[in-house]
Write a protein that binds this ligand. Structure first.
Ligand SMILES: Cc1cc2nc3c(=O)[nH]c(=O)nc-3n(C[C@H](O)[C@H](O)[C@H](O)COP(=O)(O)OP(=O)(O)OC[C@H]3O[C@@H](n4cnc5c(N)ncnc54)[C@H](O)[C@@H]3O)c2cc1C
Length: 305
């Protein structure tokens, strides 16, 4: 049995969940927040340069911790654990934590973001396959490393820039005809002498016994060859974290939650914010904005406005 009833339960401690907690508390809503890493995916951003107000950028980790502290100072209760399950019964949201304890709330905000997916060729037991250049890039420092980034978007750009300062050589490999990153990112990469962009190139295999040794790549013309590398960083796509939902909610075929103009999902009282939402921009700023709006609309929902 739940021991206390909250106004809002928030799943996720990324920019969306933290901002929802900050706004929720300030609106007078009693808020409990589940999620492990304060700041969520921002820990993967070496320097957050496109968030207004930080001239010259701010380290993602610093940003995440500050927003976390700000929300905590407002009185939001952070459990720092993930939710096993978010269900609904008797008109309440029922959040089951990792210990099996159930917490109840009148409304819920799901802000669980998304995680990078792995190419089918990337076997889980092969060392040297990475997803976070800020976390794992430094392992290759002072090793004359040759690294590869697979992907074409802004995340791939960030990995490439981080790794270009660490490795002797970085290949940026992508299948598309052109890079789909911002012009600012593309410009920075073009200026890097040790970065080689390999467009219209597909990674068809990853070779190595214990450690990665080479990527098998195929050109548009169909020629296949091995490209020796010491490590690879994947930015090939995303999987939304919606598995914790224990009831039916409308989502896109990829698993992003669809919402109305007030960020409410097809389930009354369940709101979605940030990267988990079917949106058109997956950024820190838009995630924060979603979090703030979701908290406001929860307030309206609870007071029947
Ligand atoms: C390499 C890289 C570089 C990037 N660079 C930039 C950039 O320069 N500028 C920019 O604006 N954006 C950038 N982004 C994107 C930005 O990080 C995301 O848009 C933003 O973090 C989304 O925030 P969010 O709160 O929606 O989700 P997330 O940050 O993904 O946070 C989701 C949170 O939910 C938690 N969670 C997951 N499952 C559960 C569960 N079952 N229970 C409880 N909690 C759960 C996670 O642990 C995490 O804390 C970058 C992303 C990457 C990967």
């Amino acid at each position: 049995m739940p021991d206390k009833h909250y106004d809002i339960v928030i799943a996720g401690t990324g920019p969306a969940g933290l901002t929802a907690a900050l706004y929720g508390q300030r609106l007078g809503l009693d808020t409990i927040v589940f999620g492990d890493i304060p700041g969520g995916n921002v820990y993967m951003i070496e320097k957050l340069e496109n968030y207004p107000g930080f001239i010259g950028g701010v380290a993602g980790t610093e940003f995440g911790v500050k927003v976390f502290q700000q929300a905590q100072n407002e009185g939001a209760l952070f459990t720092l654990t993930r939710l096993k399950k978010l269900g609904h019964g008797d008109g309440k949201f029922l959040a089951t934590d990792a210990n099996g304890q159930v917490h109840s709330a009148a409304a819920a905000i799901i802000a669980t973001g998304r995680v990078p997916i792995r190419l089918p060729a990337a076997k889980a037991d092969l060392k040297g396959i990475n997803f976070c250049s800020v976390c794992d890039g430094p392992l290759y420092r002072n090793q004359n490393a040759v690294l590869a980034v697979i992907g074409s978007d802004n995340s791939a750009a960030q990995h490439t820039m981080t790794l270009a300062r660490i490795a002797d050589k970085v290949y940026l490999i992508h299948r598309s005809e052109r890079l789909i990153m911002d012009a600012a990112h593309a410009g920075l990469i073009a200026d890097q002498e040790n970065v080689e962009i390999m467009g219209q190139t597909e990674v068809t295999g990853i070779k190595g016994l214990d450690f990665i040794e080479a990527l098998t790549i195929r050109s548009k013309a169909g020629e296949e060859k091995d490209l020796p590398v010491d490590g690879v960083f994947m930015a090939v796509g995303w999987r939304p974290n919606s598995a914790l939902l224990d009831f039916q909610v409308d989502m896109t075929p990829e698993g992003y939650l669809t919402t109305d103009a007030n960020l409410m999902t097809s389930h009354p009282g369940l709101f979605a914010a940030g990267d988990i939402r079917d949106t058109d921009m997956w950024q820190v700023l838009t995630a924060c904005a979603d979090g703030a709006r979701a908290a406001k609309y929860v307030g309206d929902y609870l007071t029947g406005r």
